[in-house]
Design a protein around this ligand. Sequence first.
Ligand code: ZN
Length: 304
Amino acid sequence: MRLGLGWLTAVILATALPAWAQPGNRLLSRDNLSQVSAHAWTIKGSPNIGIVVGSFATLVIDNGLGSKNGKIVSDIAMSLSPSTNKLYLTTTHYHAEHATGDGGFPPGTVLVRPRMQQAELEAEGQALIDLFSSRSEQDRELLKDYRYLKPDILFDSDYRLDLGGVTVRLMWLGPAHTKGDELILVEPDSVLFSGDVVQNKTGPFFYCGECTPKSWLAVVDKVAALNPKIVVPDHTPPGDASLIAQERGLMVDIQSRAMVLKAEGKSAEEAGKIVAAELQKKYAGWTGMARIAAAVEKAYADPS
Ligand SMILES: [Zn+2]
């Protein structure tokens, strides 16, 4: 099914805004740079940015909202790298605060992303840019001169990059938060940049027609098999592999309760209310739990 911009707008209007879509300070800063492991760094912000530095190449993961943020990110990445390093850029998904900083990157930057994500960006990217621009003066200003670069490398499900002394694995594992979600494993450091798929105590946002609790769970199961030591989500603090188990637990709860209530003949709406109440209690203290009813409806409608 081809989903147009109308669908996207309807989702946004019908659902409480998640943390990532809330207007706030979007300008990234070197002050929030910290080292995660031998080769990996993160700039804490909205979103968190990843940087992986090897001896002859550097990978940047997500580039911020607009060219100004992209320039801040690429300057920091290059300052951490040997001056001759080649710069690679990838994005965890197509949403504006993750993927509109291309214009701030220097010529010669190699953009690599999943084929699925590129198609989704081309179809839906503008709707997100319009959404961000409509809600915040700062976002509108930052997005004014955004430009997308044409990707140099598109891959289907798996792409390995050798950065010199450190290899990274770029993976498309199926639809979860978006159809084109990418997760990135820094292999020798056992660090996973998990996008908006594995988060830290935050409820899920299903942002594509194919995104359901079942599809998200399938992705989380593949991620669990990677067994990373450190997980760095895009909008919440880093943690260890327990973040994956937590994410899985929530998704199992949503899916299994929805299926039990469906078998009992409850409507999707009734089930949504019941499961939302149960899980808001069970997961007290988590953010983004206002969308559980919508998640249950996704589980009901999942034909798979
Ligand atoms: Zn997102």
